[in-house]
Ligand binder design. Structure first.
Ligand code: C5P
Length: 241
């Protein structure tokens, strides 16, 4: 039971739907099988912050995927307001020290976990060069993960493929959150490089983000339970080694 509870706290369901009404419908169907919800820009622009408040009041955890990037003062105040809201996880961009330092100040003693987005996964080496950046995507991910850690940020968002490399470099007390997770044999949707929950956990992921395999399932609660069971089994295997 305790193991399932632990696994449930590691499953983040992405509410990638256009309206709060659709999100609430989904949340209702998922009930006690999901504890953590990711609310991103689309939903925030359609009343998602009010939904976040309600979820927190109802005892759920919220991962607010805002990917903040601005001057320090603005980031600090925005992060402080997110902390006030009571969200558990908040994303910021991990480009520069000033943003990261400001986010850490804004978070204060709230306990909210700050997660840095290192390199957006839709960017290729050619896109980075256009930005004036000569590092490969993998080297830049590592560089920014180390910077985030040095600034006191709690973790990063990374693909399952990068999780292993980052984990080896940054050590254990740093959160790695991985999206692009699919159960063996299921549809990839538009994801290219997916991992199963088992391999993501084995590669060192602490939390996994799942969207469509749960939100578009005929029975979302049943799909969520399958993910939780896989995560629980992977955690057991990881602690046995
Ligand atoms: O539906 P699916 O499981 O592919 O959704 C994954 C979620 O994780 C989406 O909210 C997507 O925006 C997010 N994400 C991702 N890849 C990243 C970062 C975030 O798929 N590198």
């Amino acid at each position: 039971m305790e193991n399932l509870e632990r696994a449930r706290n590691k499953l983040i369901v992405a509410l990638d739907v256009p309206t709060v009404e659709e999100a609430e419908n989904l949340i209702g169907r998922l009930g006690d099988d999901v504890s953590v919800y990711k609310i991103g820009l689309e939903l925030v622009m359609a009343g998602g912050l009010e939904l976040a408040r309600r979820l927190i009041r109802e005892g759920k955890q919220v991962f607010l995927d805002m990917k903040f990037l601005d001057i320090g003062h603005t980031v600090e105040r925005a992060v402080a307001n997110a902390a006030e809201l009571g969200v558990t996880y908040l994303t910021i961009h991990g480009h520069d020290r000033k943003t990261l330092d400001a986010a850490v100040v804004g978070r204060g003693s709230s306990g909210m976990k700050l997660l840095a987005v290192t390199v957006l996964t839709n960017l290729t080496a050619a896109d980075l060069e256009i930005q004036g950046n000569r590092l490969s995507p993998a080297d830049l991910v590592l560089h920014r993960a180390q910077l985030a850690r040095a600034c006191g940020v709690d973790g990063i968002v990374a693909s399952g493929q990068e999780a292993d490399m980052v984990r080896r470099e940054v050590g254990s007390d740093f959160l790695i959150v991985t999206p692009g997770i699919r159960l063996p044999g299921s549809a990839l949707d538009d994801q290219q490089r997916v991992m199963t929950p088992d391999s993501a956990v084995a590669a060192g992921a602490d939390l996994i983000v799942v969207g469509r395999p749960i939100t578009r399932a005929d029975d979302p609660a049943d799909a969520a339970r399958a993910f939780v069971a896989h995560i629980a089994a992977a955690l057991e295997r990881r602690s046995a080694t």
